[in-house]
Ligand binder design. Structure first.
Ligand SMILES: [Mn+2]
Length: 251
């Protein structure tokens, strides 16, 4: 089985910033590259920098992604999307129209004799009570109901202002690094207790594969500085950099 994992693209619904446009172009090119290549594509959270689906409205700027996900799906690939801390207000569009499977917290897969747990990672940060309270608040149905009373055009502008840009802090700060230690600690606990062979996360923006006991903690990294993704082929995990042929995307 051939699995691809990508996370933390932070694709913006609207931006004129050159760095953002480069991320968008690269990611769309990556999705084209993924068509027909995998059995399972795991979108491990924070693919979108801001996300909401209304009952009858989708964000038009995301059409390029939707269109390619449909092509990936039509080529016979299963698509799993895990909520991140930037994209969790999903509706039925992704499931009903694109056949994407949505998981709000974790997704566990048995494949090629391995147990693999996928999760974005924001659930497992440490010393981060303020965020964990915010996480609960934003996921309350009433919060979303109230936001959805605002016209989508205005709600998006408001949301973009509130959604802290990862571009402005591409390198994790010391405090963020400290909080992110919880991700590896959670992975270690699950691997050493025999609950998983591989724990795959995003969120920390630090791409790596770390052996733990007989297993691995793997992080898919980010797309702002160094576009990376993970491949798990027949139970073997590798970290890859995505390179396009287009020179201007290589800078
Ligand atoms: Mn995140």
């Amino acid at each position: 089985m051939k699995i691809c994992v990508v996370s933390d693209v932070h694709y913006k619904y609207h931006s004129t910033n050159e760095a953002d446009l480069r991320v968008q172009k690269r990611f769309l090119s990556f999705l084209d590259f993924a068509i027909g290549r995998y059995d399972l594509l795991v979108l491990c959270g924070d693919i979108f920098d801001l996300y909401n689906e209304y009952k009858h409205v989708i964000i038009r700027e995301y059409f390029g992604i939707y269109h390619r996900l449909a092509k990936i799906k039509e080529a016979g690939c299963r698509i799993v999307f895990l909520s991140g801390n930037h994209d969790f207000w999903f509706g039925s569009f992704l499931t009903d129209e694109l056949g994407v499977e949505l998981y709000p917290d974790n997704f566990t897969l048995q494949a090629d004799g391995k147990t693999i747990i996928f999760t974005h990672g924001d659930l497992y940060t440490v010393n981060d009570l303020r965020y964990h309270l915010l996480r609960k608040f934003l996921r309350l149905p009433i919060t979303r109901t109230l936001v959805n009373l605002i016209h989508p055009d205005w709600a998006l502008v408001l949301g973009a202002g509130l959604s802290r840009s990862s571009r402005e802090r591409p390198a994790p700060t010391a405090l963020q690094k400290q909080r992110a230690r919880g991700l590896k600690a959670w992975a270690k606990k699950n691997i050493l207790q025999g609950k998983a062979d591989i724990v795959v996360m995003g969120h920390s923006h630090e791409a790596e594969i770390l052996p733990i006991g007989d297993g691995f903690y793997a992080n898919a990294g980010e797309w702002i500085k160094r576009p990376s993704y993970l491949e798990i082929t027949d139970g073997n995990i590798t970290l890859k950099q995505y390179k396009t042929n287009n020179k201007e995307n290589e800078q």
